[in-house]
Ligand binder design. Sequence first.
Ligand code: SF4
Length: 223
Amino acid sequence: MTTTIPDLESGSAKDVLAFAVEHHHPSLALACSFQKEEAVMLDLLMAIEPSARVFALDTSVLFPQTYATWELVEKRYGIKVEVFEGPSLAEQATTHGDELWARDPQACCAIRKVEPLGRALSGLDAWITGLRREQSPTRANARKVEWDQAHDLWKFNPLADWTEEQVWEYIAANDLPYNPLHDEGYSSIGCTHCTQPGSGREGRWAGNDKTECGLHIDAPQTQ
Ligand code: SF4
């Protein structure tokens, strides 16, 4: 099911979010991984609609700094982030053996991220991400609004054309809380076992061919 895709490519991030809220709230939610992009997205979104929905995928192996950032933003905006999780680590070990992330990161992401994302998106008309084109070649064609064929709903990427510099300028200008791991050289932050310092997304699954969790790669459908 899809209809004509609205042309929001020349609109600002604020314009894109205002459109998303006007047409889809409350069947709309921001996917938040508590990275610098979500610091910006949360601030812009909450200014437009303070009751906007926000969800996180808690893999149970996020960094302590990520959980601390989570607490900070909930306090700052007076929100409760909706949480979606995979099985407990003990259950996963029983079913799939220990340290699945080291042996088969694709399967681990499928269990701890992709399946919970499916539950988070079920029942929604649209979701919002902090995805930016310059983050990686797999994201270079992201548009500001897409029909997400894989999940059967609209997907808004209001920061698609933002540079990393613009993100940091917005954070500084608005004195926003952000994940302190960014100051330790982590440009992209995921699970503890699969994230190292590095620019762009080079620190994610370093030394492995894997570059994406599987949350975004099948989604874009721009025509
Ligand atoms: S990023 Fe690593 S630990 Fe996290 S779900 Fe994927 S494989 Fe598992």
